[in-house]
Design a protein around this ligand. Structure first.
Ligand SMILES: [Zn+2]
Ligand SMILES: [Zn+2]
Ligand SMILES: [Zn+2]
Length: 254
């Protein structure tokens, strides 16, 4: 199973509009330092799946019929931007989009869904099989109904996708400790904060979760420009098993 990070930023992205900090100024001249909103591609032997859809140019990157399904963590705009233009596309079949059963969705996306089929929703701890992968949805702590995903392939690769969240609910943490992902991707939005943020992890909380779950490798995502700034000074002190994800980074799992 391959995972490609297509967007590793938070809602503002990097560079942040109008911001003249060092990180945003560098990202304006060096596209490799930019961060789009959350989106990733999983490729297995049998299928190509997107997890979250936060990049606007989804349609350019993925021609018709090149995606088998889309899995959404939640319906905040920075995770579904790309679906707004895509829904009015032309396609022989409806494209399945699976996510939590959030009747409000995002703006009019569920009501005017075009070529996207949102009817098959996912429920916490109800395992589902899609071709050569199995998905177990895990509740997360966020301001909107949000699911993380434990994703395993038929050939034994295990990936945990955990965005957006502040800490982890006990049941989800217990499941992951037992399940032992090869790779865990988790929301790490901010540098160390004095008070925990109610909706997102800062780097201290994200490291604590990494130590508790003990996956083979952890990738931090949903990164704010202030965290990038902090990492410039302190990034080398991170444990070896933690990597800061970057847009367009591809990794092999398992
Ligand atoms: Zn900035
Ligand atoms: Zn969110
Ligand atoms: Zn988000």
């Amino acid at each position: 199973m391959d995972l490609e990070f297509l967007g590793t930023g938070n809602c503002a992205g990097v560079p942040v509009y109008g911001c003249e900090c060092e990180i945003c100024s560098e990202a304006r001249v060096n596209p490799k330092l930019r961060r789009l909103s959350t989106c990733a591609k999983i490729a297995t032997i049998e299928q190509t799946i997107l997890i979250d859809a936060g990049i606007t140019e989804l349609g350019d990157r993925f021609p018709r019929s090149s995606i088998d399904r889309i899995i959404l963590s939640h319906y905040h705009i920075d995770h579904v931007y790309g679906l707004f233009p895509m829904r009015w596309g032309h396609c022989e079949h409806q494209l399945p989009v699976h996510g939590p059963d959030d009747k409000n969705g995002c703006d009019d996306l569920l009501k005017h869904h075009g070529i996207l089929d949102f009817s098959d929703t996912l429920a916490p701890f109800v395992r589902r099989k899609f071709a050569d992968i199995e998905i177990t949805p895990l509740p997360l702590n966020h301001s909107k109904l949000t699911l993380g995903y434990a994703i395993s392939s038929d050939n034994g690769c295990r990936l945990a996708w955990l965005a957006d969240t502040s800490g982890l609910p006990d049941h989800s943490a217990d499941f992951l400790k037992e399940w032992q992902p090869h790779v865990m991707v988790i929301d790490c939005s901010f540098p160390p904060l004095d008070c925990p943020h109610p909706n997102h992890n800062d780097i201290r909380t994200a490291i604590e979760i990494h130590e508790k779950i003990h996956p083979g490798k952890t990738y931090f995502t949903h990164i704010d420009h202030e965290l990038d700034q902090w990492l410039k000074l302190h990034g080398n002190d991170l444990p070896e098993t933690i990597t800061i994800a970057r847009d367009n980074l591809t990794i092999k799992i398992g």
